[in-house]
Ligand binder design. Structure first.
Ligand SMILES: Cc1cc2nc3c(=O)[nH]c(=O)nc-3n(C[C@H](O)[C@H](O)[C@H](O)COP(=O)(O)OP(=O)(O)OC[C@H]3O[C@@H](n4cnc5c(N)ncnc54)[C@H](O)[C@@H]3O)c2cc1C
Length: 239
């Protein structure tokens, strides 16, 4: 059964080759892939790929696929960078520890809804480590004359890996338990850096995304809120 699903997937998905893999934090790997199908492709900051991480495993197609944000890309070379976390004990986490440079992998995309708002003149980005590369990608695409502030949080300071250019443009918060109240407080303290018409991007733990979105919609009514849960306890492979 596994081989039937695998060979079907290989024929439907695009092929890429892993050209670089490096651990950039105790729970984060930087992966670079090259694919003919990405050459000349226009990408919007905030798009993702769906990777076929379950090859050779006897599960349904749905539980063989995991989503990873495009951290950086070079469309001339057909290259995309991803940051894959291993905080979970799932199939994606196992796959990234095992995959090696030179191996072929299979993916779908790019696509995505949590993308840069090109009409906004002001941006606030909030994420946990699973969405940090996503926010870095959006951050780099924001024009220099726009206002921008960012917060990333984790219970472990070593999760705060740098962007591809070595910078750490977001404020880091070390938060152990429910981070919502602290993130709200911090967002309000950054508000003077932003204009009235701010687009707020929130991604990571789905519970935090939900409570923060509710807060911003009720209390920052003039702002646009774009939110996406990347993971949630008890659920696997959210998309
Ligand atoms: C649009 C989108 C973009 C995404 N981009 C990225 C990305 O760039 N990098 C990335 O690493 N992941 C990203 N994810 C999440 C990713 O798709 C996987 O869900 C995640 O890597 C876990 O997969 P898994 O197979 O290892 O664990 P799963 O089998 O999906 O989950 C196993 C268990 O681990 C828990 N878990 C999953 N993630 C975490 C976490 N971060 N911290 C604590 N517990 C967790 C789950 O709640 C579950 O209980 C994205 C998700 C979406 C929807």
């Amino acid at each position: 059964m596994a081989s039937l699903v695998d060979s079907l997937t290989r024929s439907i998905f695009n092929k890429a080759t892993v050209i670089y893999k490096q651990q950039v934090a105790p729970h984060v790997y930087h992966l670079r892939i090259r694919s003919e199908a990405l050459k000349g492709r226009h990408l919007v900051a905030g798009e993702h790929l769906r990777l076929f991480v379950g090859i050779g495993r006897d599960t349904t197609l749905d539980s063989k696929v995991r989503t990873y944000s495009i951290w950086d890309h070079d469309s001339t070379q057909g290259v995309a960078d991803l940051a894959v976390c291993t905080h979970s004990s799932g199939i994606g986490s196992r796959w990234i520890t095992e995959v090696a440079a030179g191996e072929d992998i299979y993916y779908m995309g790019p696509k995505g809804k949590l993308v840069i708002d090109t009409n906004a003149g002001s941006h606030l980005l909030i994420s946990d480590p699973s969405a940090l590369s996503h926010m870095y990608a959006i951050r780099r695409a924001i024009p220099p004359d726009a206002q921008v502030a960012g917060i990333t949080y984790s219970s472990d300071v070593s999760d705060h890996y740098a962007d591809v250019d070595g910078s750490r443009p977001f404020d880091f918060m070390l938060l152990q338990y429910d981070p919502t109240e602290s993130l709200i407080e911090k967002s309000n303290s950054l508000r003077h850096l932003l204009s009235q018409k701010t687009t707020v991007y929130i991604a990571g733990d789905a519970r935090v995304c939900k409570s923060l979105s509710r807060y911003f919609r009720q209390n920052w009514p003039a702002e646009e809120v774009r939110s996406k849960g990347f993971w949630m306890p008890g659920k696997t492979g959210m998309d």
